[in-house]
Write a protein that binds this ligand. Structure first.
Ligand code: NDP
Ligand code: MG
Length: 389
């Protein structure tokens, strides 16, 4: 029986994780649930899964949650610090990090420091502070199992292999809803269109990141830290069917791929149950439905976020932290139709020019760089062509 803390339980990954848990009551027990502001869903989940505690990080929602759960033996806490405290509890053995963005870093770090097993969906944690996170994971013997489908695929390909025999890793990318499009088309696209991912159903922020290819950029950096790679050992290939979830090439030229239908419940289930592989009844991949699997290079010129992320990967230091913060801000603004699709890359680049570079940042430097980047990005957003009208 694994006792889980599900951080970000009201999100796309969080709700799918609870579906996996509900299907395997013999294997999983929910110890902690956390949400930010969706009190209604958090209350509903708490009534159903009866955790020991719930944490609502938006403190203004505390009373609503507390009152609703008054008659149940469920502890209710509010705020970031509470989240960092509960993940350390002895009764928790696995922590699913499914909070969105930089906001997920502190609680995952706390869980790592407590030596918990981490099922990590929150890729921004590794993008922002990958070196620090992995160093702490080694020090505290905290196993990090990726939930991101590409990294789960690679993790599965590596089972039984010696890391010294890895030549490179090939991350597949669907290309998103605007695959093949050029700037003259992208200049006018709106959030409603960008949110329609052809293969995956995901939260709003990651859906926009998939449309701009920033998601793949973040994933390159995530892979570097997670698997301890050199920058030139990570390739990206566009594979629009999203059937091959990623690949590992070995020193004998052999390539292993992990495949399946694009359904996040699979990597979530794998990470939660690891090292067990457990049964489910989800739809199976039928090769006859995919007579053609295609592969093509990514268009770095049109989807500049991918090129920016690559530069940032080589730059190191706090650059990825700054890029991530700027990206979070511009994606939020794009979702509110306050900036244009192509403007997002301009603003990320300009923010990177403004925030001072730190070669060897510590946690406080990351926090400062994140905050500074958000201030600059906000200024650029205010000057957007869309805000003028
Ligand atoms: P969602 O936006 O659907 O959910 C985010 C979750 O985080 C919600 O529970 C939300 O609470 C909570 N949250 C948001 N802001 C804060 C905050 N400031 N403090 C604490 N909690 C907060 O995101 P996804 O589920 O799509 O993504 C979660 C993470 O997983 C991301 O890092 C993403 O990159 C990664 N990921 C997601 C995939 C997917 O298929 N969705 C695939 C691979 C990776 P509330 O609802 O109450 O606001
Ligand atoms: Mg992914």
């Amino acid at each position: 029986m694994k006792r889980l803390a599900i951080l970000g339980s009201t999100g796309s990954v969080g709700t799918q994780a609870l579906e996996v848990v509900a299907a395997h009551p013999d294997l999983f027990e929910v110890e902690v649930l956390s949400a930010h502001s969706n009190a209604t869903l958090l209350i509903e989940q708490a009534r159903k899964f009866k955790p020991n505690a719930v944490v609502v990080t938006d403190e203004t929602k505390y009373k609503e949650v507390k009152d609703a759960l008054l008659m149940l033996p469920i502890k209710v806490f509010a705020g970031q610090q509470a989240l960092c405290d509960v993940v350390r509890w002895e009764s928790v053995d696995t922590v699913l990090g499914a909070i969105l963005g930089f906001a997920g870093l502190q609680s995952v770090l706390a869980a790592i420091e407590a030596g918990k097993r981490i099922a990590l969906a929150n890729k921004e944690t590794l993008v922002v502070a990958g070196e620090l996170v992995m160093q702490k994971a080694i020090e505290n013997k905290a196993l990090i199992i990726p939930v991101d489908s590409e990294h789960s695929a690679i993790f599965q390909c590596l089972v039984g292999e010696d890391m010294d025999t890895v030549e490179k890793m090939i991350l597949t990318a669907s290309g998103g809803p605007f695959l093949g499009r050029k700037p003259n088309y992208l200049v006018n696209v709106k959030a409603s269109h960008a949110l329609q991912h052809p293969n995956w159903s995901m939260g709003a922020k990651i859906s926009i990141d998939s449309a701009t290819l920033m998601n793949k950029g973040l994933e390159i950096i995530e892979a570097k830290w997670l698997f301890g790679l050199q920058n030139d050992q990570i390739d990206v290939v566009i594979h629009s069917q999203s059937v091959i979830h990623s690949m590992v090439q070995f020193t004998d030229g052999s390539i292993k791929a992990q495949m399946g239908l694009p359904d996040m419940k699979l990597p979530i289930q794998y990470a939660l149950a690891f090292p067990q592989r457990i049964h489910n009844n989800y739809k199976r991949l039928d090769f006859k439905d995919f007579p053609k699997l295609t592969f093509e290079p990514a268009d770095y010129k049109t989807f500049r976020n991918l090129a920016i992320a690559k530069e940032v990967l080589y730059k190191g230091g706090n650059a990825a932290c700054v890029m991530n913060a700027a990206n979070e801000m511009v994606v939020h603004a794009f979702l509110q139709n306050k900036v244009g699709f192509l403007e997002m890359s301009d603003m990320i680049e300009k923010t990177l020019e403004q925030v001072p570079f730190i070669e060897h940042p510590g946690l406080d430097d990351y926090k400062e760089s994140d905050a500074e980047a958000r201030v600059f990005a906000t200024e650029f957003i205010k000057k957007s062509q869309l805000s003028i009208y």
